[in-house]
Unconditional design. Structure first.
Length: 312
């Protein structure tokens, strides 16, 4: 039977309020100035779903949004990009998460999450739609809604029963703190886990990508990809180990590089590529993403990525 979707991205959808060039010197008793302030849609599931569409995948998002203006903004941006929004869960009881982000002149960021980011829309209750897809991306494990063992169990067991490929991206925890030990019986249900270097260090307690990956595998994960930012990526799992150097680009903003990487990896696996070819493609998607400001700006199409890989 032909599936309705290639990919469902499950997880965080939000609005980023981005403040650049914040001047900590007050101009009045309670007034401060910044160079700019803008709103951007974001969240891992949103970035991954948008990248999935651009790479040619039939992509849906399963996320929670409030019945508010921020929720409309996210839903609208997803629709305009071509993401199927019919699975979005909207609630008048929860505001759409809004992250406050301070970006310094050197590009480094401080982001502030709040209680709205703990919004658990219980994706396991919508497991009925999983059978319509070939793959799930969890964006992200260890953050709401995947900071609750019962939710993680519900989603992973339903995905396993229906034979979906499962890729779990990760984040550092913000409100609820789970570790690999808490998920020991569930980690074997994940096909690929894709922490960045900080996340891999945090959850494994190790310092090198090889050692970090080993800890994840020892906890039952089948395959680990450590995203290494400007250093490329490292894979370890059923295919042995693969280290890829970074693609050569001029990076201006790394926001969403990991999300574009994960979508690229899923895209190529779903097209039947092996692990190494999918990793090369993902490594290029992450690199391309960094060449423009914003998580959903630089990546345009699969052809673009293939041309870029040829030029490397
Ligand atoms: N400066 C860079 N040069 C080349 N490739 C890069 C660069 N930065 C990121 N990448 C590519 O993007 C991938 C993901 O980047 P990174 O490790 O920053 O993920 P991340 O921290 O999960 O990102 P985010 O959470 O912001 O989406 C890297 O593994 C690499 O392939
Ligand atoms: Mg990330």
């Amino acid at each position: 039977m032909k599936k309705e979707y290639d990919l469902i991205c499950v997880g965080m959808a939000l609005v980023d309020s981005i403040i650049k060039g914040f001047d900590p010197k007050p101009v009045s008793a309670s007034g401060y100035r910044a160079a700019s302030g803008s709103l951007n849609v974001g969240g891992e599931a949103v970035n991954e779903a948008m990248a999935g569409v651009k790479l040619g995948l039939r992509t849906a998002i399963l996320c929670g949004l409030g019945e508010d203006g921020a929720g409309d903004m996210v839903a609208d941006a997803l629709q305009r990009c071509g993401v199927d929004t019919s699975l979005i869960v909207r609630s008048a009881d929860h505001p759409t998460p809004v992250t406050t982000m301070f970006v310094r002149d050197d590009g480094s960021r401080q982001s502030i999450t709040n209680a709205s980011h703990t919004y658990n829309f219980h994706p396991e209750r919508y497991r009925g739609c999983f059978g319509k897809a070939r793959a799930l991306i969890l964006g992200s494990l260890f953050r709401a809604p995947f900071d609750d063992v019962d939710v993680i169990r519900g989603v992973l067991s339903a995905a396993g029963e229906q034979g979906l490929l499962v890729i779990a991206d990760t984040k550092l925890p913000n409100f609820r703190f789970l570790g690999l030990e808490d998920l020991r019986d569930l980690l074997p249900l994940i096909d690929y886990i894709t922490p960045n270097e900080d996340e891999a260090r945090y959850y494994s307690g190790r310092e090198t990508p090889e050692e970090m990956a080993r800890v994840f595998l020892d906890c039952g994960v089948k395959n680990v990809i450590v995203k290494l930012g400007a250093k490329g990526c490292y894979y370890r799992g059923t295919e042995g180990s693969i280290s890829l150097p970074p693609c050569e680009i001029h990076a201006v903003d790394a926001t969403g590089a990991g999300d574009n990487f994960v979508a690229g990896f899923a895209c190529e696996l779903l097209r039947g590529s092996g692990t190494e070819a999918a990793l090369r493609f993902a490594n290029a998607c992450g690199a391309i993403c960094t060449t423009a400001v914003g998580a959903a700006t630089a990546l345009k199409s699969r052809e673009q990525v293939l041309d870029f890989l040829k030029s490397q």
